[in-house]
Design a protein around this ligand. Structure first.
Ligand SMILES: N[C@@H](CCC(=O)N[C@@H](CS)C(=O)NCC(=O)O)C(=O)O
Length: 198
């Protein structure tokens, strides 16, 4: 399997999950600003939409969209909740992170207008407040680490680096997730520093 990522981006969640589940893959660094891969070839050859993350299966099939990658990796590796309610809950929180947290962050990164930036920051604080209330134990879905924690971790890194206030329970979650061996491995590969060390 080929996996396409860019450090500091939302692709980190799937990268973490690939390491958590030990699914065999080759990771390819994409420069999303120039749209090129390590070999200089245009990334549009892989994903015509130009964004990461992406997975390409041995038969050439392309899988894009964070929610789909995270759900697929978790299911494939037996990391998804076994019961219907748990699986639906996982999808709910992945969709929330994708549409209510990830996308507003991307808008914030590129917003030229100060008023719009302030609005987005206020909304993100509210969204993280809601997310904090959804935590059901040591992790987002309960005692066990899940795909939701991988995605939440990346978004909590963005919150920390952009001064977005989050509930203390989520900071504790980020610290717990960051201490995992797979997360440390991905941070090393992506040449990123831990942010939540105790
Ligand atoms: N709909 C995609 C969006 C992913 C996305 O926005 N990726 C960003 C990095 S966080 C990216 O690669 N942007 C470069 C581009 O859009 O050209 C998903 O949910 O996976």
């Amino acid at each position: 399997m080929d996996f396409y990522y860019f450090p500091t981006s939302s692709s980190q969640a799937a990268h973490i999950l690939l390491h958590e589940t030990a699914l065999a893959h080759v990771a390819h660094h994409v420069d999303i600003f120039t749209g090129t891969m390590e070999d200089g070839q245009p990334y549009a050859q892989v994903n015509p939409n130009g964004y990461v993350p992406a997975l390409v299966f041995p038969d050439g099939r392309l899988l894009t969209e964070n929610v789909a990658l995270l759900d697929w990796i978790a299911s494939r590796a037996g990391l998804s909740p076994a019961d219907e309610a748990g699986r639906t809950r996982q999808l709910q929180l992945l969709a929330f992170l994708s549409t209510e947290v990830h996308k507003p962050f991307v808008r914030l990164f590129f917003a030229a207008d100060e008023g719009e930036r302030a609005e987005l920051r206020t909304s993100l604080v509210q969204r993280f407040g809601w997310l904090g209330l959804q935590q059901q134990g040591e992790h987002m879905l309960g005692a066990e680490f899940s795909a939701v924690d991988a995605f939440a971790y990346g978004m909590l890194r963005w919150a920390a680096t952009h001064g977005i206030e989050v509930p203390t329970g989520l900071t504790a979650l980020a610290r717990r997730v960051e201490s995992r061996t797979a997360v440390q491995a991905v941070l090393a590969i992506e040449k990123e520093t831990p942010l939540f060390a105790a």
